[in-house]
Design a binder for this molecule. Sequence first.
Ligand code: IPM
Ligand code: MG
Length: 370
Amino acid sequence: MASNKSLLILPGDGIGPEAMTEVRRIVDWMGDRRAVKFDVDEDLVGGSSIDKHGIPITDEVVDKAQNVDAVLLGAVGGPKWDNLDFSIKPERGLLRLRKDLELFANLRPAICFDALVEASSLKPELVAGLDIMIVRELTGGVYFGEPRGIEDLGGGVRRGINTQVYTTPEIHRVARVAFELAQKRDGRVTSSEKANVMESGLLWREEVTKIGQEEFPDVELSHMYADNAAMQLVRAPKQFDVIVTDNLFGDILSDCAAMLTGSLGMLPSASLGGVDEHGRRKALYEPVHGSAPDIAGENKANPIATILSYAMALRYSFDMSDEADLVEKAVQNVLASGVRTGDIMAEGMTQVSTTEMGDAILKELDNLNA
Ligand code: IPM
Ligand code: MG
């Protein structure tokens, strides 16, 4: 069975484990009904790792992550671990995975499902049919730049420091991912930075332009300051196809884009590394939402973002677009039938638990596969 596809599941904290239980059922379904077997290993990350090992991720888990075809992560963090030192907070586990696996390109699609148009806080006509792809740089910028820290300047004065820094290769590789995606979509890239105030932003703009002109003349490139991009996202979101931006702006703009679709509980993401000599690329898939500690353990969470993250893994890591389509179609049909978890509940719909949402999606998979 050495040729099996390998998957490392890291459920993490809060609603992560509940959502991941539903994914495991779909993974099993793939094995039973589509004869696609995965070797699944499961381990700890975030607070759950802190509780057992004192650190948010162990070397052993990072090692496992380096050696599987894809990592699927639930969510990390919660109030229980909020007051820990920065260096061992739950989030550090996730950041270390991104950094050690060099997952520099974070794909965050913001798609508005027809059935959920009403759940958006924007007017239906602004979001109906919305399909944006945000490509966020994930291993550079202010998240990892040095120097960083909090200094004591004496006399009761302290100073906090972070550094925004990008090199040309870092910009080139993420720009290429964005251009390649645009070629398979509507052929347009909007690059976003603050070139009006930041040198790193100016460099970003110049280098993205260069890659566009030299390698992707067929893609239409435009530039937009990040503050304007935030504004445009809520003013007229459908003007965008692919947005490429740095780590920090990408964090902010992707939350904003996510909410356009009606619920953070719906959105998956893929974090991809470079392609190695065997044509393989390291990859981690996770929902955009956090660990939602307020509803954790209550069987209320929406598992769809995590399920769609698994669908993204099928598409990008395993080249199984038929199966990915199947999962996405099942989710769409279930939503169209009026089944809703609490976060996307609307008048006249049927509210269900996490498990029941999983049941409904599995049943629909059976129907579609019949
Ligand atoms: C995200 C999250 C993370 C980030 C946190 C949990 C470290 O907000 O994936 O968007 O800031 O990158
Ligand atoms: Mg974020």
